[in-house]
Design a protein around this ligand. Structure first.
Ligand code: NDP
Ligand code: 8X3
Length: 258
């Protein structure tokens, strides 16, 4: 197993859910972290906790991945000692709304496309400028079961995750001669702030998503990501699909009543 001690790991969307869990799991493995998200105070709090607990180094920056010039600035401002990026976890992402296509809101569509696809591209491009010259690095994208099967009213969110799947596959081809690993980690239902964000803060609607089953936790997904990041140098995990035991695919779940 390849160790993560002193490796530099970039995590987008590290303020919540899977991103925050990844920060904790990689910190436990003694990696040094570059944490990015829009809510800087939360990143700073997490950084304080992790540096004290694990004696690692953390570099935080406020970033909205939808803003190309902001992404460029954050990477251009990285001090030399932070430029040797070993792992990029493209986690920042969201769903907005669960509306049939004839009643969907274009603002929601744009936010999902701009974050989940364009944001992922902007960040990946900048990280690659540091990885390619070293012929070393690992890009881990958060896909989803929604990128394998569409579900009713999933339309644009599913399209973005099908897009992430296509990007992961094509990055892998484009980077073959650069010795850069590319992995897609594709979970089913994970209980995070995801559904609250999807339903624009409506908690009672969000809670119903996980009713009657035990969803994955953000820690379960971070654990799978750690596995991908710690394989021997010649091994690439192309894709991991993980679901709760009560979920067979995006469309088939088993829920106990009460
Ligand atoms: P959360 O809502 O808990 O976390 C989302 C994170 O993304 C937050 O830290 C948020 O940070 C960040 N983010 C959102 N928009 C932006 C932006 N424009 N710029 C920078 N950061 C942004 O959800 P999850 O942890 O569940 O989601 C993480 C990823 O996992 C997403 O890509 C999601 O699609 C994927 N996923 C989730 C599943 C689930 O069931 N929960 C299942 C499959 C995949 P901030 O608001 O501070 O910017
Ligand atoms: C999140 C999983 O099923 O809510 O990507 O779309 S789902």
């Amino acid at each position: 197993m390849k160790g993560l001690k002193n490796k530099i790991v970039v995590i987008t969307g590290a303020t919540s859910g899977i991103g925050a869990a990844c920060a904790k799991h990689f910190a436990k493995e003694k990696a040094n972290l570059i944490l990015l998200a829009r809510r800087l105070p939360i990143l700073k709090e997490l950084s304080k906790e992790l540096t004290e607990k694990y004696k690692i180094k953390v570099y935080c920056a406020e970033l909205d991945v939808r803003k190309k010039s902001a992404v460029q600035k954050v990477f251009a401002a990285l001090p030399v000692e932070w430029q040797k990026i070993d792992v990029l976890i493209n986690n920042a992402g969201l769903s907005r709304g669960l509306d049939k296509i004839d009643s969907g809101k274009s603002k929601d569509w744009e936010e999902m496309i701009d974050t989940n696809l364009k944001g992922l591209l902007y960040v990946t491009y900048e990280a690659l400028q540091f990885m390619v010259p070293r012929k070393s690095g690992h890009i881990i994208n958060l896909g989803s079961t929604a990128g394998h099967d569409v579900y009713p009213a999933g339309n644009v969110y599913c399209a973005t995750k099908f897009g992430v799947k296509a990007l992961s596959e094509s990055f892998r081809i484009d980077l073959l001669d650069k010795n850069i690993k590319v992995t897609s980690v594709d979970p089913g239902m994970v209980e995070t702030n995801f559904s609250k964000v999807r339903f624009h803060g409506d908690e009672s609607r969000a809670n119903k998503v996980y009713k009657g089953l035990i969803p994955l936790s953000a820690d379960d997904v971070a654990d799978a990501i750690i596995y991908c990041a710690t394989r021997p140098a010649h091994v690439n995990i192309n894709e991991i699909i993980l679901t709760p035991i009560a979920q067979a695919s995006a469309n088939f779940t088993y829920r106990k009543e009460n």
